[in-house]
Each structure stands twice: as C-alpha cells, then as structure tokens.
Design a protein around this ligand. Structure first.
Ligand SMILES: Nc1nc(=O)c2c([nH]1)NC[C@@H]1CN(c3ccc(C(=O)N[C@@H](CCC(=O)O)C(=O)O)cc3)C=[N+]21
Length: 295
C-alpha cells in the first residue's frame, strides 16, 4: 500500500481559484487587496520565498508592495518600515519575512504590526484571538502554515474530530499555533505537542492518527513510528547537497519509506509549502473583506 498524496500544488490552486471571485467582488466595491512584504537582509531562501509571494499575488489579482531593507538596516530602520506599512493605504495586509537577521528582536517587531493588517496571524493580538477562539468562532487571521494544514486535511476528507494528532515542533509559525487550532471547537482533535525534549518521541508519534513534522531535521520521522493508515504532513525544510549532482535540493522531515505505511502523505516540496502561500492570500482577502464589511 502506498499513501494517498496530499497534493499541495493542486489544493492550493483550488483555494486560489476560489479566492479570485472574492477578489473581483472586493475590487468592484472599490477595495483593492494589497499584500506588503518586508524583507531585511539578503538571505537567498528568504528572497526566493518573498519573490514567490509576489508571483502568487499577481496570479490572483492581489496588488503587492515590496519593501526590502539591506542587511545593515538597524532596528530603528525596521521599526520605521513597519510604521510605513501600517499607514500605507494600498497595503491591506503585510508580512515581516522571518527570520530577521541576528540582532533584531523578532517578537518586538511583530508587536508593531497593525493587527488588522497582520497577514501572518503572528501579532500577539491575533495569537490571543486564536487562544480565545478555542471556544468558538474566530474572526482573525490564522498563521498560514497551520491554516494550510487543516485546509488540506479537510479537502481530502481526513477525519480530525476526536482523533489524536502528534505535532513535532513547538515553533511560533507552525507547531504552537497548530496545537491551538486543532483543539478548537469544531475541529476537536486531541493534540500531543512534542519537541526536542520529548522523551520517547517515537512512542508518542505511534499513537497518532495525524502526524505533523515541523522540525527541520531531514528524514527524522521513520516508517516504524507511523500507525498504519495515519495522515502524515511533512513541513520541515532543509537544504541539502544532492549526493549525485552536488546541487542544492530540499529535503523534508519525513523518511520516504513512510509512504508505505501512512494513509495520506504530503510531499515536500509540493505539499504544505504551497498551501502556506495560498492561506497567506486568503488572509489578505479576509483582511480586505473585514475592512469593507466589518467584523
Ligand atoms: N513571516 C513569515 N511568514 C512565513 O510564512 C514564513 C516566513 N516568515 N519565513 C519562512 C517560512 C517558510 N515559508 C515557506 C512558504 C512556502 C514554501 C513553499 O512554497 N515551498 C515550495 C518549494 C519552494 C522552493 O523550491 O524553494 C514547496 O514546498 O513546494 C516554503 C516555505 C514561509 N515562511
């Protein structure tokens, strides 16, 4: 048996095509959705992610506004750029590309974002609403990767209610908010949030119906950790040199042999990454709709 592929490219395309009609409605009501990106420094991976976000916007009819600061930018420069994005009328939502270069306090910068323009859902107000929302409806942007994971599972009819989810990794952008999201009323999963200090990680993962690996350690999740038929989402990305060609390529956290045991498996690349980008677009559209129609 080979796992069903959770195809992030195809699923993201479906999400994007649904967004285009909402974008048309916004435009005909005089609201042009616009995504801003703030990139500091010249890390090649970050540059390429940001470029991808601008391409995605062009594809669906969202304007995009790019602010790039050099690696030498001071925290005062970053602060000033965030204030400009908060007041720029054409920017209806924006992100601060993470990680910021060493020396900047990321949490302090995230706090400066206008929560109504927070396209990543990483402002403390929006993370707080995520916590409050465990009891019901949410009217705030969700962090894009967690939202994309849940969206993909739902579109593939993978059961979540009452099921046991093992999340590996407790980071700000994936693991920690994902645990909160899965335990919300309406999703109703049981979550084990594991991390680098978890004792007997393999045993925790073996009990799970859904496994999310968001660590950044190539192929750490082995086939004998997986309950037969479980859904496995491979989030972590590591750039490695290909043994044959010597060229750089991307590797996920999940060992390829997992495909022989799992019921569903998201490839990496081609799985959660494209969904993350689609949910960013969804957050921008939602923010523009809230601006037009109110909460
Ligand atoms: N403020 C902020 N928000 C983020 O959402 C954010 C961030 N900072 N910093 C970095 C991480 C990483 N991330 C990715 C999104 C999509 C792909 C993606 O689409 N990857 C393609 C492959 C792309 C390639 O080939 O390089 C795929 O998985 O198929 C990857 C990584 C968002 N992040």
């Amino acid at each position: 048996m080979t796992a069903t592929t959770l195809d992030g490219v195809a699923t993201a395309a479906a999400v994007k095509s649904e967004l285009t009609s909402r974008i048309d409605d916004l435009r005909s009501n005089g609201v042009v959705p616009g995504l801003g990106t703030l990139l500091v420094g010249d890390d090649p991976a970050s540059r390429s992610y940001v470029a991808g976000k601008h391409r995605d916007c062009a594809e669906v009819g969202i304007e995009s506004i790019r602010v790039d600061l050099p690696a030498s930018a001071t925290t005062a420069d970053v602060r000033a750029a965030i204030h400009d994005l908060n007041s720029a009328r054409e920017v209806t939502g924006y992100i601060v590309q993470l990680p910021l270069p060493a020396g900047h306090d990321e949490n302090a910068m995230l706090e400066l974002i206008d929560p109504d323009k927070d396209a990543d859902g990483l402002h403390p107000t929006n993370l707080g609403r995520l916590v409050l929302g465990i009891e019901g409806e949410l009217h705030s942007p969700l962090p894009c990767t967690p939202a994309g994971i849940v969206e993909m599972l739902q579109r593939y009819d993978v059961a979540i209610r009452g099921r046991h989810v093992a999340v590996i990794g407790r980071g700000l952008t994936v693991g920690r908010p994902l645990g909160l999201l899965f335990t919300r009323k309406g999703l109703d999963a049981t979550v084990t949030l594991t991390h680098s200090r978890t004792v007997d990680l393999a045993d925790e993962v073996r009990r799970a119906d859904i496994v999310v690996a968001a660590v950044g350690v190539p192929h750490m999740v082995k086939a004998d950790w997986i309950k037969p038929g479980a859904a496995v989402l491979d989030v972590g990305i590591t750039r490695v040199a290909d043994e044959e060609t010597g060229k750089g390529r991307l590797t996920g956290d999940v060992d390829p042999a997992v495909a022989e045991v799992a019921g569903h498996l998201s490839p990496n690349p081609g799985g959660v990454g494209p969904m993350t980008r689609a949910m960013l677009l969804a957050n921008v559209v939602k923010a523009a709709e809230l601006k037009l129609y109110g909460r």
